[in-house]
Design a protein around this ligand. Structure first.
Ligand code: FAD
Ligand code: NAD
Length: 468
């Protein structure tokens, strides 16, 4: 039986970063991946495909130019599912190639197969050809991620009633679509398809969406969605999903209302992919959503030499944070020093328009009783916004009145997921409102919105240099 310093199950962001980190520290590392190719959900069904689809949809639809040329403007009149897939396949191939090269360079071994615990330190790998291999790890990292939640009551058929994995293989673009679940996945895909002229209805039992985002930003976002005719049915539950003889789908809501559409995307959350690991043999149990609990500093499970990182440990379930978790877990596992990541990390929602945020929301600041001031800037106030023909976009910063430090930055609009990093740097370096007032920004840029929002807050906070 082969022995390794670290056996990693899963080659998504957490597994990949963890494996390479341990290999860089000179350890013998094995990655076990059941998928046809390495990369995990992130590369094959999650982050990269959805963002590539978004980019293709915005390019081919001419979305970014409509501010100038009007809502009827299109780059390509008839966009097909094949048009969307073409760019996707090229991007995914490239991602896999880069990852395989990284593994090879760093001498990370990888085996294709399904891993199951035999004992707390031995795993069986079932390969596709029926062969089984046993391997032993001084440490084991579970980076198995999640899979879509698929209740029995939903008649999934992979054609007109689908989960977010299946959506990537559709043969035709629907004229109308209902999205059940207004979480990040539901909202991202709803707005992407809406940009492709699909009539989209979003249904969620909660009366609000994306609750962890600053409320004012969400209000602006919802205004934008309704303005382009997307329907949001909030506070109502989808009781039944049926396929009708005419090929359409019908959703019955708990108040009896019915929604008819060509396609249903069911996106009501994901569950940890732990069911096939035989956790009992390792002395571990998962929660009702298949997730594992860990020490948040070391990522050790209840069995100290078994680590878990990435989506399988729950919130925030992002590719970006999963990578950091995997790296920290690997360092702890091989006895290297691991620093805790900064408290505030950015959250990027690649909807159309984008939302991105870092730090405290206004609601959280109020809850903590911190005296504060806000600074706002609309993208249409920036020259770059005019050049780009932007009609919407809002940047909001929240500052402490006592320390003058930036507490939170919240953005909705074009480029939000890139712009947020300026705010993130100032926040984590404990910068104050003066950073934005005293520094010169490139002109014309959207980043100038930071300057405008900084001045907006500063004017109301008072100029410290004038204080007697
Ligand atoms: C539609 C969608 C869009 C997303 N967009 C973003 C985004 O824009 N930005 C962002 O930061 N995050 C995004 N995410 C989240 C991101 O994809 C995840 O946070 C990330 O993939 C989690 O990484 P991970 O390492 O935990 O594992 P995953 O990427 O989930 O990979 C786990 C791997 O483990 C393998 N595996 C599982 N069980 C076994 C087993 N027993 N044996 C062998 N192999 C096994 C699986 O086959 C899989 O390949 C998105 C997710 C989805 C679904
Ligand atoms: N840009 C990004 O960073 C990005 C993009 C996509 C996904 N992700 C990650 O993937 C994870 C999973 O996302 P998600 O959107 O699947 O899950 P989620 O848990 O964020 O959202 C699920 C939504 O479904 C709703 N819901 C629950 N039960 C329902 C029911 N029976 N009927 C209708 N609606 C119901 C919930 O109210 C919620 O709004 C998230 O935690 C997120 O971090 C991140």
């Amino acid at each position: 039986m082969q022995e390794y310093d670290l056996v990693v199950v899963g080659s998504g962001p957490a597994g990949r970063r963890g494996a390479i980190q341990a290999a860089k520290l000179g350890r013998k590392v094995l990655v076990i991946e059941q998928g046809k190719r390495v990369g995990g959900v992130s590369v094959h069904t999650g982050t990269i495909p959805s963002k590539t689809l978004r980019e293709t949809a915005l390019n081919l639809s001419g979305w970014r130019e409509r501010g100038f040329y009007g809502r009827a403007y299109r780059v390509k009149q008839e966009i097909s599912a094949d048009d969307l897939r073409r760019r996707l396949l090229i991007t995914l191939d490239h991602e896999v190639e880069v990852l395989e090269h990284q593994f090879a360079r760093n001498r990370v071994q990888h085996i294709r197969g399904k891993a199951t615990f035999l004992t707390p330190d031995t795993m069986e790998i079932a390969k596709d050809d029926g062969e089984t291999i046993h391997v032993q790890g001084k440490s084991i990292m579970l980076a198995v991620g999640t899979k879509p939640y698929r209740p029995e009551s939903i008649p999934f058929d992979g054609v007109s009633v689908l989960d977010s994995d299946e959506l990537l293989d559709i043969q035709e673009l629907p004229r109308s679509m209902a999205v059940i679940g207004a979480g990040v996945i539901g909202i991202e895909y709803a707005t992407i398809f809406s940009a492709l002229d699909t009539q989209v209805t979003v249904i969620d039992p909660k009366s609000t969406i994306l609750d962890f985002i600053d409320k004012e930003i969400i209000e602006e976002f919802i205004h934008d969605l309704r303005d382009r005719n997307m329907k949001l049915i909030l506070g109502q539950k989808a009781d039944k999903v049926e396929k009708l003889p005419n090929g359409k789908c019908e959703i019955t809501l708990d108040n009896g209302r019915r929604v008819t559409c060509d396609m249903v995307l069911y996106a009501a959350g994901r569950v940890g992919a732990t069911d096939s690991l035989n956790l009992a043999a390792a002395g571990l149990t998962a929660d009702s959503r298949g997730r594992l609990s860990v020490n948040p500093e070391t990522f050790q499970t209840d069995v100290p030499h078994i680590y878990a990182a990435g989506d399988v440990v729950g919130f925030p379930a992002l590719a970006s944070t999963s990578m950091e978790q995997g790296r920290i877990a690997a360092r702890v596992a091989v006895g290297a020093i691991a620093k805790e990541p900064p408290k505030y990390f950015p959250y990027g929602i690649y909807a159309v328009p984008e939302i991105s945020t870092c730090g405290l929301t206004e609601e959280e600041v109020k809850e903590r009783g911190i005296p504060y001031e806000c600074g706002m800037a609309r993208f249409r106030e920036t020259s770059r916004g005019h050049i780009m023909g932007l009609n919407s976009g809002l940047l909001k910063m929240i500052f402490s009145l006592k320390t003058r430090r930036l507490l939170g930055v919240h953005i909705v609009g074009e480029g939000a997921t890139e712009l947020v990093h300026i705010g993130q740097a100032v926040l984590n370096l404990k910068g104050t409102v003066e950073y934005f007032v005293e520094n010169t920004f490139n002109y014309p840029t959207l980043a100038e919105a930071y300057k405008i929002a900084g001045l907006d807050a500063w004017n109301r906070m008072g100029d410290l240099s004038q204080a007697g």
